[in-house]
Design a protein. Structure first.
Length: 387
């Protein structure tokens, strides 16, 4: 006789990255009734594999006890424009991956309702109104299974699918060099290669900073290309000759026009990048993960049926238009961003990029970028998205 080894939970969270842990933390403090939640990841989440930067108006933004750095201003630099922006009412935040993983996992371990397991997920499905997760040795089921581990896209013909790719080094200098109060949000003093390239710099101390070279393009670059650019920036633009690289970071974030789809059935809800939380025109994700987590919690509290997130048509169109203008290179990307930062109030730009702007503010933003190219791309993209 075979034994039924299927284990049943109220909810399963597949993937313990930014989205999975954010959802678990919100469930922990919510009024949603549950007895047992399974959290499962193939990794132990004990490495500092990324840092998250984001901006919000909320002074006590999420996870304030582990915010690594917080700034009230940042600088934008291009060939012909340079400005320090006071971000009020926003602040710019940085959270280190390792601090986030450790903090969340410690908090969740103290709550006996959470069962944390390290196993490789082999499959997800919906069966008999339950989400089912398969590992090599076990089967788990729950009324909802939240997936951030597997990403699936429906690629339409003519979709623009870019990637934001970047390499960063934390460097230490012999002399004090950095202004700890002033991160560089974007530094466009580099060739655009018919797509979009820039540097950014996050000061971590007077002689310590994270310096990144990043691109928005169809494909990532060979590793040595980032190294060359980073050396050039540090030595020739920042004029630092004496430095040590003490940490390295590499990442790729999808910037996709294509829709994220759910092949696993109605009891599996995709979250995080897998659920479309990465903004197609910037790659910023952490803020949208928090917003989308709140909306899941809200629905569960109201006992409403959950479905995968649908991105707002308005912002989907804007993202597509920006990608199209960059892709066609109808205006070089550094010129677009320079116009944007030169002609708009910084709070309006940040609100727009966080997808919280009014249509009136949107019109102001659109009016500040090279109009002809944007109108042409808008017509193309309206046809593409609504065909
Ligand atoms: C280096 C880097 C820097 C970034 N910086 C920023 C930033 O500054 N600001 C911002 O807004 N966004 C940033 N992002 C983008 C985005 O915020 C992150 O990628 C974020 O971690 C996405 O969260 P997620 O939960 O969707 O995916 P992840 O955090 O990648 O979590 C997915 C989890 O699923 C697990 N998993 C995958 N497959 C399996 C399997 N078969 N079995 C079990 N577990 C599995 C993985 O181990 C992982 O823990 C960055 C991304 C990277 C890579």
């Amino acid at each position: 006789m075979t034994q039924d080894t299927t284990q049943t939970y109220d909810y399963i969270i597949a993937g313990m990255g930014a989205a999975g842990l954010s959802l678990a933390m919100r469930l922990k403090t919510s009024n949603i009734p549950f007895n047992k939640i399974l959290l499962i990841d193939k990794d132990l989440k004990n490495k500092n594999d990324r840092t998250w930067c984001f901006w919000t108006k909320d002074a006590d933004a999420w996870y304030h006890s582990i915010v690594y750095r917080k700034w009230s201003q940042f600088e934008f630099i291009s060939q012909d424009f340079r400005k320090v922006f006071e971000l009020n009412p926003y602040s710019y935040f940085m959270i280190r991956g390792i601090d986030f993983y450790s903090y969340c996992i410690e908090e969740l371990k103290e709550d006996i309702r959470f069962d944390i397991r390290t196993e490789e997920i082999r499959g997800l499905s919906s069966e008999h109104n339950l989400g089912v997760l398969q590992t090599i040795n076990s089967t788990y089921q729950a009324k909802y299974l939240f997936n951030s581990a597997f990403r699936n896209n429906l690629i339409h013909k003519n979709d623009i699918n870019y990637v934001q790719h970047f390499k960063g080094w934390v460097i230490e200098t012999t002399d004090n060099f950095f202004d700890v109060n002033l991160p560089v949000f974007m530094d466009f003093r580099t060739s655009q290669y018919q797509d979009c390239r820039f540097y950014y710099l996050i000061p971590l101390g007077p002689n310590r900073a994270l310096v990144e070279y990043t691109g928005f393009s169809p494909n990532a670059l060979p590793s040595e290309e980032y190294d060359k650019k980073l050396h050039h920036y540090i030595e020739n633009m920042l004029n630092i000759k004496d430095y040590n690289i003490v940490e390295r970071e590499y990442g790729e974030i999808p910037m996709m026009e294509s829709d994220y789809v759910n092949p696993y059935g109605p009891q599996v809800i995709n979250i995080g990048t897998a659920g479309g939380s990465s903004k197609a025109s910037t790659g910023y994700t952490f803020y949208f993960i928090q917003k989308n987590t709140n909306s899941i919690i809200d629905k569960l509290e109201k006992n409403e049926r959950l479905v995968d997130l649908k991105r707002s048509k308005k912002y989907k169109l804007y993202d597509s238009v920006i990608l199209d203008v960059i892709n066609k290179n109808s205006v070089p990307a550094d010129k677009i961003f320079t116009s944007l930062f030169k002609k708009n109030n910084i709070a309006d730009i940040l609100t727009f990029l966080n997808e919280e702007s009014s249509i009136w503010k949107d019109l102001g933003i659109m009016n500040s970028v090279p109009l002809l190219a944007f109108v042409k791309s808008t017509i193309v993209k309206i046809k593409h998205l609504y065909a």
